[in-house]
Design a protein around this ligand. Structure first.
Ligand code: ZN
Length: 84
């Protein structure tokens, strides 16, 4: 596991969700602290979509985890939304 993923895991109490990318928010290439989930949910990849569909979490919980809209999470869970 990469250092910034491990650091994110420690800070948030959960691993980086499947298929999500971390985005560095400061200028230091080696920085392990200033990372956030990529908030652009249109970038959810196949793994993320599958993980959401197969997850037992509720729509709102998934929306929070993946930083996406609740309605979008709900649609993915029901197979109504596809990757754009
Ligand atoms: Zn930093």
């Amino acid at each position: 596991m990469q250092a910034h993923h491990a650091a994110w895991d420690l800070r948030n109490g959960q691993p980086v969700p499947a298929g999500m990318r971390l985005h560095r928010t400061c200028q230091t290439p080696e920085c392990v602290r200033h990372w956030v989930l990529d908030r652009q949910y249109r970038k959810l990849d196949e793994r993320a979509v599958r993980a959401i569909r197969e997850s037992r979490l509720s729509g709102p919980a998934l929306a929070k985890l993946y930083r996406i809209g609740r309605e979008y999470a709900w649609k993915i869970k029901r197979g109504l939304a596809r990757r754009t």
